[in-house]
Design a protein around this ligand. Sequence first.
Ligand code: G4P
Length: 268
Amino acid sequence: MAQAKKSIAKALKSVDLVVEVLDARMPPASANPLVEELRLTRQRPVLKVLNKSDLADPAVTKSWLQSFRAQDNLFAVEVCSKHKSDVRNLIREARKQVPHRSDAIKPLRMMVMGVPNVGKSTLLNAILGRSVAKAADEPAVTRSVSRYDLDEKTIIYDSPGLMWSKLDSRENAYALAVNNAIGVNAYVPEEVAVFLAEKLRLFYANRIFDRYGFDSSNLDANDILQKIGNIRGARIKGDEIDLERSANILLTDYRKGKLGRITIQVPN
Ligand code: G4P
């Protein structure tokens, strides 16, 4: 990581705009504070890209955009990397923010940054219209900054993959686990499902009703998991509910989009 930090810091000297890719379903959990630290050191503006917006709750995405745009030197767009028009819009937005870098003599230089699984490779490939970036499982230490010329007015730098910041906040760690960003062996499904059930209970109670057919207004998150297990016949022996199976039912339903478009983290 120290090596990655060094090479990013060096490359930022000749970068006009940092493009920080976030997962629209969990912007705080998918941010690495190093991005903010490095770009502030160099006083570079940032374009926050709320990627995977096709999976996120559109109303909450709007709130995130508003809260980001209210800050200095900070711009934000929502994107589905699989939609060409969104990707074109991102480039337009980037150009708008740095109008003085718009020709072959002074091309716009952007650096794309993001933690694993936010969709950085998918986005880069979509921007460049060809497959240059692999799904980022390579350790950051082995990679340096790569340069791609989009056209004569636009240079894109791909930063080495950043890792998640220390998973010291339960909220962030669970959000990453819910969204399948960290390996299944790194968490306990029941705990993560309880976290998800709590978010659903608070913000999306109607989705629980629509999917499982019960009213969750007087239930806590553990009860919700029990109830899902009961309805889906997840029992160990006799009447005891198999909570691990219940957890996996809820997590799988969520990840397959069966509960609709949901954002796990909302702005304050
Ligand atoms: P990374 O470089 O940041 O690690 O992420 P990567 O591009 O590998 O994307 C991680 C997963 O997220 C991939 O799914 C990719 O298809 C998906 N993804 C990226 N952007 C978007 C988006 O805007 N919307 C949606 N719905 N998905 C997106 P995967 O299942 O791991 O691989 P694949 O089978 O789709 O290729």
